[in-house]
Design a protein around this ligand. Sequence first.
Ligand code: ZN
Length: 387
Amino acid sequence: MTEGTICGLSIQEAKGKPSQEKESLELVEGKGILGDRHYGETDMQVCLLEQECRTWMEEQEEKGLCFGRFRENIRTCSADMSLLARGDRLWAGDALLEITQAGKECFPECPRLKAGKECRLRHACSFAKVLKGGNPALGDALSLAEHKQDGDRYIRQLGLHGFGPKGQERLRKAKILVIGAGGLGCPAITALAEAGAGMLGIADGDTVALSNLNRQFLYTPEDIGKPKAECAARRVKRFRPDCRVKTYSCAFGREELRREAQDYDFILSCVDSIETRFQINEFCRTFQIPFADGAIDGMYGTVQAVFSGEDPCLSCVNPKKSSPKRESISFGPVAMVTGTLEAHLALKYLSAAKKPRGGLYSFDGESMTLEEIPAVKNPACTICNKK
Ligand SMILES: [Zn+2]
């Protein structure tokens, strides 16, 4: 969550009554907000909402069912609620809150949902309980404290050479963007989230189709027709409730990269379009963001890691942008190996104190071999030499 400020405070005394705007609130430990109708509840004592979302709701001609029912207590400026996860703790002025629910589901009878229109409210709000009382006031800061202890969750990987608690901590701070949530993206997203990545961005403009289900294991038949990015995020939240997930349900090209991707620590290209792969390559080299690219062709998978300007980029290796001819043929295990290798390279890089070199690797599902392909920087590469 980016740090924010409190720009609106309100309480609702009883259901159906109008909200009252306040200069400050009185938060009581374990109880909630004095005078608010949710005072004394166990889990949903305080409701937070992005100011931007409230403004957006007021501008919409077609009102969602929640627009009227939903009453926030704390409105925030420049804090991204969609990055919060259950268990996150944050300071609201001098009061400490713990997120009990991040986002909310729509009512199935909502007219906006039925019309297939977006609802920002779903991701822009959070519910919390009060861990430590206080008097947050307008203009006070809103900032992320720490997350609850992870317990034994990562105990089996902490002993790995070069990993340890410090590597785990580096992962917890990492923001990773996975572009493409298909055959490569599903295993990549799963491996990253399971290993303890702190924040994942998931970008995919497609909806789930029946033909995806031979390999894209984050989805179920009930997801068919729904946006992949959101379905994938929901699954991640089930096995890693504390992982912060941001979704982009749109095609992710040059423009989206520039607008959305500059803050990420690592990017995984899991798309099947050669154009998009080269756009990601160019973007990552221009903004010096380490990345891994994956591609499959029938029984063959290729992964390339470009961690710094020292490593050859996609364009160095493949200046003519030649692409696999059989992209429509996807064998689940080959896609899973390839996507997992991308995540493996990302995890190795992000957890390491001393950053490794990248490389180009090829998996052959016929002969069952994985080999490193010698690759060198091309002195005439148009991307690496771009000033
Ligand atoms: Zn290059």
